[in-house]
Design a protein around this ligand. Structure first.
Ligand SMILES: [Cu+2]
Length: 149
């Protein structure tokens, strides 16, 4: 075996082990999660959801009711929040009625769906609810549990 081919084999081994390190680094961060959240008048289904801290979460609310509904988490430490406005999405209609802008917010007209993507950073139990006046009181409320990674 020449010195040159030995070097190539060595280089190949290094690349393989580097790849393995990168792969294991990827595997340790939780995979993105997509959660379907059908909303009716006046319920969220399910009434509780579990995610992991550091996990990218996309909640898609499918409004199966006859009224407009919102999905709001008033206070939750997050990074990278993005409302993906679907058809009929109403991201800001209730904003002026609220004193503090919620950390996570989206809304959908009847028969339509809308999603929001966020990364919760702190383990804990957080409340989600519909911000249309009276709907939370009528039962549109649930619990988001953020588990420690
Ligand atoms: Cu509602």
């Amino acid at each position: 075996m020449s010195t040159r081919s030995a070097l190539w084999i060595l280089a190949g081994c290094l690349a393989l082990s580097l790849g393995a390190v990168l792969l294991s680094a990827c595997a340790s961060s939780p995979a993105a999660l997509e959660l379907g959240l059908p909303a009716t008048d006046f319920r969220f289904e399910p009434a509780s959801m579990e995610v992991m801290a550091g996990q990218q979460v996309t909640v898609t609310m499918d409004n199966q009711g006859t009224l407009e509904h919102d999905f709001v988490i008033q206070e939750i430490p997050v990074e990278k929040t993005a409302a993906e406005s679907g058809v009929g999405a109403t991201a800001s209609h209730t904003m002026d009625e609220m004193e503090i802008e919620p950390a996570v917010h989206m809304g959908a007209m009847p028969g339509l769906s809308s999603s929001v993507t966020f990364v919760p950073t702190k383990p804990g139990t957080y409340e989600y609810f519909c911000a249309v006046p009276g709907h939370k009181e009528a039962g549109m409320v649930g619990t988001l549990i953020v588990q420690e990674r």
